[in-house]
Design a protein around this ligand. Structure first.
Ligand SMILES: [Fe+2]
Length: 258
């Protein structure tokens, strides 16, 4: 059993208690996994069907909760607004998504070169991890024209029990857009042990030649990747005056040998 602690709402800008969800989550009829694009990156497209994406978009937009996030990912607007975010909490949505995501994920075996937070607070250096649940903390993000997010690394969340932690991020695309791709960025850190790497956010836009792979937002698709793989959000050009809307979440793993 994982003990989930809801964050203190007053301490999280844009905190949003996601209301009870009255609609079912439906998987797309032509659900397809594309797993060998990049190491430790999975792309399932399509994953959720269009009706489910509509519902999820609507509850987010109806919440009217939109805290600004700058292009370096901080709540500091001096860098310019990259996106607007609601930090949502829902055990129900976590359970609903877990049912469709967890059975498709494999056990994870980590090494010194694995780009995720498996090694901290891990005295026995347990390397084998089992996927168990989607985290109940979700970031719903809306990018308007001109929005972007410089290259950065996501971080894991460690539970107090010492057994559970998040090892992977996911992005569910709730809109289809012609720009604003999630891009994986070459950073030349792959030969350095993960505990010696500099995971600071970038303070400049990535160059074209630094881009390993781009995923344009495709409604209903999901991208799942190890937290510490370098990635950014390319400038969203705001075609057709529609926003780019995504859900950012995390996958919780359990130490296998404990
Ligand atoms: Fe990220």
């Amino acid at each position: 059993m994982i003990v989930h602690k809801k964050p203190e709402p007053t301490k999280v800008p844009g905190f949003w208690e996601i209301p009870s969800i009255s609609f079912p989550i439906h998987i797309a009829k032509n659900f397809a996994k594309h797993v060998n694009i990049l190491p430790d990156v999975e792309y399932w497209s399509p994953f959720l069907n269009s009706k489910t994406c509509n519902y999820l978009r609507d509850i987010f937009l109806e919440s009217m909760i939109l805290a600004p996030v700058s292009i370096n990912g901080l709540m500091d607007q001096s860098y310019g607004i990259g996106s607007k975010r609601a930090t949502g909490w829902s055990l129900q949505l976590s359970d609903m998504l877990s049912e469709f995501i967890i059975p498709h994920l494999n056990e994870k075996f980590c090494s010194a070169k694995t780009s995720t937070d498996w090694w901290q607070e891990n005295p026995k250096k347990n390397q084998a991890w089992l996927p168990v649940q989607v985290s109940p903390l979700f970031r719903f993000m809306k990018y308007e024209s001109g929005g972007e997010h410089y290259a950065h690394y996501d971080a894991g969340f460690m539970y107090e029990d010492g057994i559970h932690r998040t090892l992977k991020s996911f992005v569910i695309y709730l809109t289809t857009n012609q720009s604003g791709a999630t891009r994986f960025i070459r950073n030349h850190l792959e030969d350095i042990d993960v505990w010696d790497r500099d995971h600071s956010d970038w303070n400049r836009r990535a160059l074209k030649e630094e881009v390993l792979y781009s995923f344009l937002p495709q409604e209903g698709s999901i991208l799942i990747f190890d937290h510490r793989i370098c990635h950014d959000v390319d400038v969203y050009l705001g075609e057709e005056n529609l926003p780019r809307i995504i859900i950012r979440g995390d996958i919780i793993y359990q130490a296998k040998s404990l």
